[in-house]
Design a protein around this ligand. Structure first.
Ligand SMILES: [Zn+2]
Length: 82
């Protein structure tokens, strides 16, 4: 599953897509037991990369390396794109 972290403290208000097993994501809870709610929020889970990238209106989320690197993820994204 994919999660999106929307960060409104970052430059230009950005968002990033993560896999739920990523250490930054931690299944939507954030790293180290929680994400400060004043910095941003998690969206998801989403069953496809495409849905995750549509999570924040007006923003195209970046792809974190946890999504880009695992070889099985490319297949997941390809299935989602069909
Ligand atoms: Zn990640």
């Amino acid at each position: 599953m994919f999660h999106v972290y929307e960060n409104w403290r970052a430059e230009h208000h950005k968002a990033t897509v993560h896999l739920d097993s990523c250490g930054h994501c931690n299944y939507g809870h954030g790293a180290r037991g929680g994400t400060r709610v004043d910095n941003g929020r998690w969206h998801g889970p989403f069953d496809s990369l495409m849905n995750a990238q549509a999570a924040v209106p007006g923003i195209t989320p970046a792809i974190h390396r946890c999504v880009a690197l695992p070889p099985n993820t490319a297949a997941v994204a390809a299935r989602a794109a069909r």
